[in-house]
Design a protein around this ligand. Structure first.
Ligand code: F6R
Length: 242
């Protein structure tokens, strides 16, 4: 099956369309295993999910989550860490059980062991039912930068200058942006049963052009999504030309 492309009128609609997919997933299976992403793009989705939880439409009580990635060297209470982001935008606001929440630890001594254990935990949970993704201007998904192997499981990766530049808004200055991250690998991501990718904003025009060209290459990691059987891409603020 090819990618299901959905154009949203604006960011608010993109967030609502994405929330509809999560709502449906949780309604079909309250024990869903959710793969979650951070960054600017999903903020609207998370506030929509919090709203729907407050309205009694969805519950996270029996759900499990696995986040895509974390910066190496940042502790969970660092304001730019992805642990902190998730607590702020979602986990502290809904009824997710603490022991059902998983993020790779970025400040552990043995990161390799953390990476290996992460994949095993995902497997033991029954696998990810619905994986949320954003995309980097260079085509990264998770922190799988261009050139990453499509066969990689969770691993430690050196961030490109472009990614560090893109993410410096969350730090005092570029020198504070970590150089490494721990990320679910492409193979791990592709094992999710269903994937939803959100693309918002004109700086992602190059990324959507590349994706819609259909060319699959490790130089543009998100291109692997063409090989998945259940991917929805919701986009706004960019043009899909073909
Ligand atoms: C975040 C992640 C990244 C982001 C991507 C886009 O957990 O894995 O791949 O999704 O860098 O970030 P934003 O949404 O800030 O443009």
């Amino acid at each position: 099956m090819s990618i299901n492309w959905k154009a949203a009128q604006n960011y608010e609609e993109l967030s609502k369309l994405a929330a509809d997919i999560f709502e449906q997933q949780l309604q079909e299976n309250e024990k869903s295993v959710l793969g979650l992403a951070t960054g600017g793009t999903p903020e609207g989705l998370y506030s929509e999910l919090v709203q729907r939880y407050n309205d009694g439409k969805i519950s996270f009580e029996k759900a499990t989550s696995f986040n895509l990635d974390e910066y190496v060297g940042l502790s969970a209470d660092h304001p730019a860490s992805y642990h902190y982001f998730m607590d702020t935008h979602l986990f502290h606001k809904v009824n997710m059980r603490r022991d059902s929440i998983h993020l790779p630890s970025g400040d552990a001594e043995d990161l390799q062991a953390i990476a290996e254990a992460y994949d095993k935990k995902i497997e033991a949970s029954g696998g990810i039912d619905l994986q949320l993704l954003g995309i980097g201007v260079n085509g990264h998904i998770g922190f799988n930068e261009p050139g990453s192997s499509f066969e990689a499981s969770t691993n430690i990766i050196k961030l490109t200058d472009s990614t560090r530049e893109q993410n410096k808004i969350y730090f005092d200055s570029i020198v504070d942006v970590p150089s490494y991250a721990i990320t679910m690998g492409i193979k791990t991501i592709m094992q999710a049963k269903k994937i939803v990718l959100l693309i918002a904003g004109s700086d992602k025009q190059g990324a959507i052009d590349h994706l819609s060209s259909g060319i699959i290459t490790e130089d543009f990691p998100a291109s692997i999504l063409h090989k998945h059987t259940d991917v929805t891409i919701i986009y706004t603020g960019v043009e899909k030309k073909n």
